[in-house]
Design a protein around this ligand. Structure first.
Ligand code: PEP
Ligand code: MN
Length: 340
């Protein structure tokens, strides 16, 4: 159930609504918008009637949300805008997250971060914990990798996006990450989702390999229902019968998610197509389709990369990608503050 209240509702009016919900064993989630306050109620809402709320002071509207996901739904809020270290994610801004698939060494990270910083990139990605399909593949530098990411943050002042693989290491990851990535293989790890929902850190939630858009939104609902509204969704390609590419990048997801949810949506064309020379056209297409941002894998020596080298762009090729994306961002009225 959703209760809509005036933005300037006095505290006593708000408190009355909250206590009515709580006395009926429902959990209220207060969401401040730009023009109104929305209160999402979860739990046993069936015993409550809309009229009970409609007659209360400062209440503008009360409605039932029929979808399986509620708090992430657009009915609750117009748009989520996330501020991270003076940068904005969402709204009319196109943000870029770039960096290697994995943390491999200090010199690798510093070389790549230095080049990206010069291009104006402020969000640096690299995995310290790598959930790999094969147990014999490189699993990441783990704690050492987090230490190196902390050094990048200190040296270059970039915001760090890195993956949390499990609940055991989540807090360690949260100490270094400005944005905690939940990978495709963990999209339905509900214990992990609940735990990141309890943290006060933005979450980058990647769509599962065989998950529907609704599954993705329901996974986001797990995080948001625990109180963390700063969730960024990411389309990164799904498994289909097509074998010519690593995955099938589902660009349909962008306008569909934007219609259904207030959360920002990014696209990762690197994993989506899995071939470095085809990442740029898919990045351009994603921006044209309305993505709020891109996640791109960049490596200084793709041939020697310990993971995903075949889909990683060199800094030089990445710069070309930015130059091609820029006019498209302008065409769709997105602010793009990268000096490429
Ligand atoms: C990654 O970002 O390097 C990664 C492992 O992505 P995904 O979870 O989408 O496969
Ligand atoms: Mn990767």
């Amino acid at each position: 159930m959703l209760i809509v209240m005036k933005l300037d509702s006095p505290k006593e009016h708000l408190d009355k609504v909250l206590s009515k919900a709580e006395s009926n064993n429902c959990k209220p989630h207060i969401i401040y918008g730009t023009t109104k306050i929305a209160i999402g109620l979860t739990g046993e809402t069936r015993t409550l009637s809309l009229d009970d709320f409609m007659t209360m002071d400062s209440v503008l509207d009360a409605m039932r949300i029929s979808k399986n996901y509620k708090l992430v739904s657009r009915e609750v809020k117009d748009e989520t805008i996330i501020k991270i270290n003076n940068k904005i994610i969402g709204d009319g801004v196109l943000q870029i997250i770039a960096g290697p698939c994995s943390v491999e060494s200090k010199s690798q990270l510093f070389d790549i971060a230095g080049e990206l910083k010069e291009m104006g990139i402020t969000f640096f990605r690299a995995g310290a914990y790598k959930p790999r399909s094969s147990p014999y593949a490189f699993q990441g530098l783990k704690e050492k990798g987090l230490e190196l990411l902390a050094e990048v943050k200190n040296e270059f002042g970039m915001s760090i996006v890195t993956e949390a693989k499990d609940t055991d290491t989540l807090n360690q990851v949260g100490e270094v990450a400005d944005i905690i990535q939940i990978g495709a293989r963990n999209m339905q790890n509900f214990s992990l989702l609940e735990r990141v929902g309890e943290l006060n850190k933005p979450v980058f939630l990647k769509r599962g390999l065989a998950s529907t858009i609704e599954d993705l939104l329901m996974s986001a609902e797990y995080i948001v229902s625990k109180g963390n509204f700063n969730v960024i969704l990411c389309e990164r390609g799904i498994r289909t019968f097509e074998t010519a590419t690593r995955n099938t990048l589902d660009l349909n997801a962008i306008p569909v998610i934007k219609q259904q949810s207030h959360l920002p949506v990014f696209v990762d064309p690197s994993h989506g197509i899995g071939m470095w020379d085809k990442v740029t056209p898919m990045a351009m297409a994603a921006v044209a389709a309305g993505a709020h941002g891109l996640m791109i894998e960049v490596h200084n020596r793709p041939d020697e990369a310990l993971s995903d080298g075949f889909q990683s762009l060199t800094p030089k090729n990445f710069k070309q990608l930015l130059n091609k994306v820029k006019p498209i961002a302008e065409a769709v009225n997105k602010q793009f503050d990268i000096n490429c």
